[in-house]
Ligand binder design. Structure first.
Ligand code: SAM
Ligand code: SF4
Length: 342
């Protein structure tokens, strides 16, 4: 399904002063983590005992809105709010509502673990969120508890139903592929998505953060081969400028995606940057270079020029590509996924 512009007045042509990196890639997509906190502790994402940042180290929600506004003014048309778990941040809906009103923003989307969706889905939809991604690695309650360490599957399933009822333009489940953990459920998860009339993306596990990653890596091609005997999969032309490739299942509303940072390099068309909850702008998820936007935000509360300059300067740091190696031992990046946002 193609999204209509979020704001009908939004211009579709490139804004003046649009962000272009040193390799000529236009940056049109911002992913903003609004908290490092989470009500789950997924073992591939976080350590069991996590130390979270003190509140004053985080971007305030007003600062988040300032950052989003600056990016939208510089030609960014799609913003994803993520975390940690974005819905555990108090007043996250205020941010969604105000961001959705920004002229020039065409798509406001949210990534969530689904635990709070039963309560918030309708309000998020009303606030202007067009699409949601919901993480779901298993359909088995005991396994869900093992993976998330603390999560309750039934709550998430009710959250998914609430999202379907809220009438989002798109709902996508995200499943991290883990050999020996959930690789026997990929077919069931795909049937589940078809039954709900929603999409499903399988994600290759990335080596972020110091967590135990003893299991062997599971690649997209192997998952595709697993699904093929069970579903007719028709390659879709759809692209997000990111690492995902999509397949339609004819006769259903479901698309199956594969997010393959390892096996299919996508860096040539990368259109995105990420900002952590403490205001660090990462031009690439797979590299350590970052620029802190905090000094520009806090030293110049009434003037966005230094903020815009810091953003423009950071484009010079965007590398040609990431250097993840799925076979290498140990974490290749020390920061956790929950800091940068998935
Ligand atoms: N808490 C929300 C959620 O779980 O959807 C949003 C943040 S979470 C960091 C975003 C996505 O990143 C989730 O789909 C999660 O499964 C994925 N993720 C976390 N750690 C990952 C890793 N090491 N490799 C691949 N995906 C990961
Ligand atoms: Fe929380 Fe999402 Fe990380 Fe799981 S993947 S611990 S839900 S931030």
């Amino acid at each position: 399904m193609r999204d209509e512009p979020l704001n009908p007045a939004a211009p579709s042509s490139p804004a003046p002063g649009a962000l272009v990196d040193q390799y000529g890639r236009r940056i049109t997509y911002l992913r903003l983590s609004i908290t490092d906190r989470c009500d789950f502790r997924c073992f591939y994402c976080m350590a069991e005992e996590m130390e979270f940042l003190p509140r004053d180290h985080l971007l305030s929600l007003e600062e988040c809105l300032r950052v989003i506004r600056a990016f939208v003014d510089m030609g960014v048309s799609k913003v994803r709010i993520t975390g940690g778990e974005p819905l555990v941040r108090r007043n996250a809906l205020w941010l969604m509502r105000d961001a959705a009103r920004l002229e020039g923003l065409r798509e406001l989307v949210v990534t969530t673990n689904g635990s709070q969706l039963e309560r918030h889905a309708a309000d998020m939809r009303a606030a202007g969120v067009r699409r949601v991604n919901i993480s779901l690695d298993t359909l088995r309650a005991d396994r869900f508890k093992t993976i998330t360490r603390v999560g309750d599957l039934s709550k998430v399933l009710r959250g998914i139903d609430a999202a379907v009822a809220a009438g989002f333009n798109g709902i996508k489940l995200n499943t991290v592929m883990m050999r020996g953990v959930n690789d026997d459920e990929f077919i069931d998860l795909a049937h589940f998505a078809v039954d709900k009339g929603i999409d499903l993306s399988f994600i290759e596990e990335m080596p972020l953060g110091e967590v135990d990653r003893a299991r062997a890596y599971f690649g997209s091609d192997e998952a595709l081969a697993l699904l093929r005997p069970h579903f007719e999969l028709v390659s879709s032309e759809e692209t997000t400028g990111g690492p995902a490739r999509y397949w339609r299942i004819p006769g259903t509303r479901t698309k199956i995606g594969f997010i393959s940072p390892h096996s299919h390099n996508f860096c040539d068309t990368c259109n995105r940057v990420r900002i952590t909850c403490k205001g660090e702008l990462y031009p690439c998820l797979g590299q350590n270079d970052a620029v802190s936007l905090m000094p520009a935000l806090r030293a110049h509360p009434g003037d966005d020029a230094p903020l815009r300059q810091a953003i423009t300067d950071a484009m010079g740091l965007k590398p040609k590509g990431h250097e993840f190696d799925p076979q290498a031992p140990g974490p290749q990046l020390i920061r956790f996924m929950s800091m940068t946002g998935g």
